[in-house]
Design a protein around this ligand. Sequence first.
Ligand code: AHR
Length: 358
Amino acid sequence: MKITKIFGIFLSAIFIFSAVGCGSTATTVAPTLVPPTTVASLITDSGYVIPAQKCVPNCTYKDMVVGFIQTGPEGAWRTANNASFDEFAAQQGITLKVYDAQGKVENQISAFHTFNQDSTVNVIILAADDTKGFDDVLQEAKSTGKLVILEDRTVDSSAALYYTRIGSDFVAEGQKAAAAMCTLLKDFAKKNVVEISGAVGAGAGIDRAKGFRQKMGDCGITITASQTGNWAVADSKAVTEAWLKDAALKDFQGVFAHNDEEALGAIQAIQEAGLKPGVDVMVVGVDATKDGFAALIDATLGADIECNPLLGPQVLEAALKGLNGDTTMPSYVPSQEGEFFAAQGADALKAILPTRKY
Ligand code: AHR
C-alpha cells in the first residue's frame, strides 16, 4: 500500500518535470496531477466506511469495548433483549458499557456523543427510542472511528452512517397482525378495530402501524381509534377503558396492540367492562413473550406475532466482523420470526412454551 502511494506521488512529479524539462520555450501546460492513491477504505455495499482498528485483522472479543445505548425499561421483551447482550458479552469477555436512556431520545443522543468521545470505546450499539435525531452523532462516530450497529429499532438516517441493522421487519409484523385479525374477525359483520400503538416516534410502532394499514383492506377492517399505550399494561388498560366508555368509540370488534403488555392491558379493560376477550372482542398482540403465550393458552388473546429479542449474540458477532473490516455485511439483517394463534389449542401451545427463552 505505502509503496503505491509513494509511486503515485513520484509519477506526478515526473509528469510535472517532463512537462517543464523538454523545451523551456514550450507553452506551459497545466500539469494534470494524478491524486495520490488513498489507503483503500473498507466500504460496505451501503457506502458505510468501516473505521480502521489497530487490532485488525486479528481483533478478538477481548479487543471489543462496546457503548450500548438501550431504550429504557419497556417490559418482558426489553428485559430479554438486555439479557441476551449481557450473557454473550460475559461469555466472550466483551467490555459492555450499557446506557439506559429511560425512554428519552435526547438522553440517547447525549450518551452517543459521550461514547463518541470515549477513547476506550470502539463499537457503539444503538436501540433507538425514536427514528429521528441521530444524524449528527452518527457523523461524529465516523470522525471518531467508532463502528456503529443498530439493534432492534430503525432510524431515519442514511444506511451509509452505520455498519448494519439487526432486528425485526416491523412492517411485516404489522402485515401479519392484519392478516391474523382478518382471520379472527371472519365471522363478524363489522370489523372495527382500535389500535394501541407503541411509544410515539419508535420505529417499531411506526412500521407496525404502516404494515397493518397495508393489509387491513384485504378483509375490510376499519381503524376507528388509535392511541399510544407506551408499551405498557397500565397505559393500555386506561386507553381501552376510555374507548369502552366513549359512546362514539365503544363499537369495536378488534384490538391491534403493538406489543404483549399493551394487549394484556386491553384484555383487562375488556374483561372489567363485562365483555369476553376472544369472543366479543378479538385481540392481536406482538412479541410472543411468556405472558403473551399464557393469554393465547386461555384464549383471551387471539393471535401473537413473534418479535425476537434474543439479538445479543448476532449483533456482537457482527461487531467483531466489523472490527476486522468485513465489508460483506449487509446493511440489514432481518430476524427470523413466526406467529402463534389461540386456535392452535392450549395443549399445542403449552408444548411450545418450554422451548421459549422469553
Ligand atoms: O422494538 C421492539 C419492541 O420494543 C417490542 O415489540 C416491544 O415489546 C419493545 O418495547
